[in-house]
Every structure is written in structure tokens, then in C-alpha cells.
Design a protein around this ligand. Structure first.
Ligand code: AR6
Length: 167
């Protein structure tokens, strides 16, 4: 398994097969990652999600990616920190369920944003450590996936992720 972290926008991951959306329960456009993904994918994305919504914290669903340069969008609903409990289990479930969808759809590369660490208020460092630990343990069960990329929006988030991934 190849792991990478990059500083950038989740919408610009051209060579990645599936990008992950930090979605809302209704799978509609919103702020942050969800807004950026829906704007770039075009209105067909929201139409495609209608029959799949609502989803619960920890769940993940997959759609086509429409105008994005990727094949799929995997929509995960992260926990609202301090409200959806237990937050750590629900956040780990997002990563595991997204990875299981890659297996089901024979996806070879996936890019994750830092789910729940924006509007949903999950402390960034805690979320990062949990994401990396969860992903590294769960990939043992997968056979198709070859590359996992973490996409970080700010300089400081990228610096922390790089160090955490190397440890
Ligand atoms: N590419 C990569 N990372 C980004 C981008 C981007 N274009 N934009 C923001 N981030 P958030 P959540 C980072 O709020 O906490 C939405 O309104 C951001 O700096 O997108 O799971 C939905 O509709 C942060 O570190 O997701 C939901 O209601 C991380 O991505 C709610 O927010 C996640 O921030 C979901 O909240």
C-alpha cells in the first residue's frame, strides 16, 4: 500500500479513482469539502445522492463523480464532535466504510479529506491520529486498493499529517 499526504484541494486529485466527501446527512451541497465537491461535480451529483439520503454518522455511500476528474465520490457523514457519540468510533467507521466501498467497486486509489475536522469540530490532531491508525489496520482486509492519499487544506494541517503518517 502506498500512502501519501498532499497539501491542496480535494477537487484537484486528477489521478485518483475515488475522492471522499465530508458530507452532510442529506448529501446535499454545503460548506467546506461538500460545497467544493458539489460545485466541481455539477448538479448531477446532488440528483444522484437523493435516493441514497439520509445517511447516519459513520456511514458511507458511493456515487459517480460527474464533472470531477475522478470515477467515484464516496460520501461519508462524520460525527459532530461532542454530539454524535461515541465520536471516535463513528469517525473510525467513516474510514472503514469508505475503504470497504473501494473493495466492493474494485477501486485502486482513494483520497480522503480530514473528515469532521472543519464545521463538525473534531480536534484535528486527535482525528488525524485516529484516521491513520484506523486506515492502516483496515487495509489488511482489502485486496484491490493500492494507494491512499490524504488531502490537507492548510499548511499546519499538512505539516501535522506528514509527521503523523511517517511515525
Ligand atoms: N479540499 C480539502 N480539504 C478541505 C477543503 C477542500 N476543498 N475545504 C475544506 N477542507 P468540512 P466536516 C478541510 O467542514 O467537519 C459541510 O458544510 C477543512 O479545512 O468540509 O466533516 C457539510 O455540508 C477541514 O480540515 O467537513 C457538513 O454539514 C476538513 O476539510 C459539514 O460541513 C473538513 O471540513 C461537514 O463538516
Amino acid at each position: 500500500m502506498k500512502y501519501e499526504c498532499v497539501h491542496g484541494d480535494i477537487n484537484q486529485q486528477t489521478e485518483i479513482e475515488a475522492i471522499v466527501n465530508a458530507a452532510n446527512a442529506k448529501l446535499q451541497t454545503g460548506g467546506g469539502v461538500a460545497g467544493a465537491i458539489h460545485r466541481a461535480a455539477g448538479p448531477e451529483l446532488e440528483k444522484a445522492t437523493r435516493s441514497l439520503a439520509p445517511i447516519k454518522p459513520g456511514e458511507a455511500v458511493i456515487t459517480e463523480a460527474f464533472d470531477l476528474p475522478n470515477k467515484y465520490v464516496i460520501h461519508c457523514l462524520g460525527p459532530v464532535y461532542g454530539s454524535d457519540e461515541p465520536s471516535d468510533k463513528l469517525l473510525a467507521d467513516c474510514y472503514k466504510n469508505a475503504l470497504d466501498l473501494t473493495e466492493k467497486h474494485k477501486v485502486e486509489s482513494i483520497a480522503f479529506p480530514a473528515i469532521s475536522t472543519g464545521a463538525f469540530g473534531y480536534p484535528f490532531e486527535e482525528a488525524t491520529d485516529l484516521a491513520i491508525k484506523t486506515v492502516k489496520a483496515h487495509v489488511e482486509k482489502l485486496s484491490h486498493l493500492k494507494m491512499i492519499r490524504f488531502v490537507l487544506f492548510s499548511d499546519s494541517d499538512f505539516a501535522y499529517y506528514q509527521q503523523a503518517l511517517n511515525n
